[in-house]
Design a protein around this ligand. Sequence first.
Ligand SMILES: *[C@@H]1O[C@H](CO)[C@@H](O)[C@H](O)[C@H]1NC(C)=O
Ligand SMILES: *[C@@H]1O[C@H](CO)[C@@H](O)[C@H](O)[C@H]1NC(C)=O
Length: 304
Amino acid sequence: MFRLSQYSTLLALSTRALALPSLVTRVATRISDSQLASYAPFTQFARAAYCPSSKISPWNCGEACSSSENKDFQTKLVGGDGNAIQLYYVGYWPTQNAVVVAHQGTDPYKLSADLTDFRFFWKNLNSTLFPGVPSDVFVHGGFAEEHVKTATTILDTVKALLSSSNASTVISIGHSLGAALAELDAIFFTLNLPGVYVKSVTYGTPRVGNDKWAGLFDARVPDFVRINNMKDPVPTLPYEFLGFHHPHGEIHLAGPGEAYSCPGDDDATDSECTISQVLTPLQWNVDDHNGPYEGISIGTAWCN
Ligand SMILES: *[C@@H]1O[C@H](CO)[C@@H](O)[C@H](O)[C@H]1NC(C)=O
Ligand SMILES: *[C@@H]1O[C@H](CO)[C@@H](O)[C@H](O)[C@H]1NC(C)=O
């Protein structure tokens, strides 16, 4: 195993520079204040995923558990240890008559270091867990291996909640590594819960898979947003030149109260979107990964 971070950075720059003269012009649109505000409860759910299980079980984790929209949440399952297995929780959200599944993320400096070197491998999705997915769909092996650790336990709980609560919607939520897991969950639930409406809201999401993954996701999970903050580098990783592609759904926060919906997948040419704003490591601000996402920071330090 050797690290080629510097070299890969240079390569990324050159491929991006070559790719820029695109024939398709995709222009971002400014998001209204009310739409932007509507994401706040999801942001709090993503933030709560960093809180210890002892606070999530009773749904008593400070601000993240006590907003007017989410304080009625009823936790059904908590798991993970924040180390070998990311923390997660599953429960019923009466306000939206929905089942929520949220995953913890990880330290942004560690994640961006992990995702800028070549120590990754492609993996097909497990055909038992992801029935019917074509064999040309590949995802980052590390994300797939993390996902499989908890997938069956979470799905069983989701099924139980769907039948006991009368909900017919499942929402997957996460930040950072947890965002990658939530993106995998969105397809996982879509394939395993026919007739159930699947929605997903993620924050600081890295690229999860190849172009076939992005195509599958675009076709099967229309109700998806991935919210990127300012100059966070994580959404630009792993690099495109290695074959990674985002699905649709980018919302880019440019500053307080100012956000843009970026059309297409990873190919908006608009200067307001991450791909244009975070072009080279000179523009990175790793601290932006933790937010604030419209006033709400997400990470281990913000469970209070
Ligand atoms: C796929 O997932 C199932 C269910 O978790 C597991 O039993 C099986 O071993 C997995 N297959 C591979 C090839 O990892
Ligand atoms: C369950 O949902 C259906 C459809 O929304 C509704 O007609 C029914 O009254 C609900 N039942 C309960 C017990 O809430």
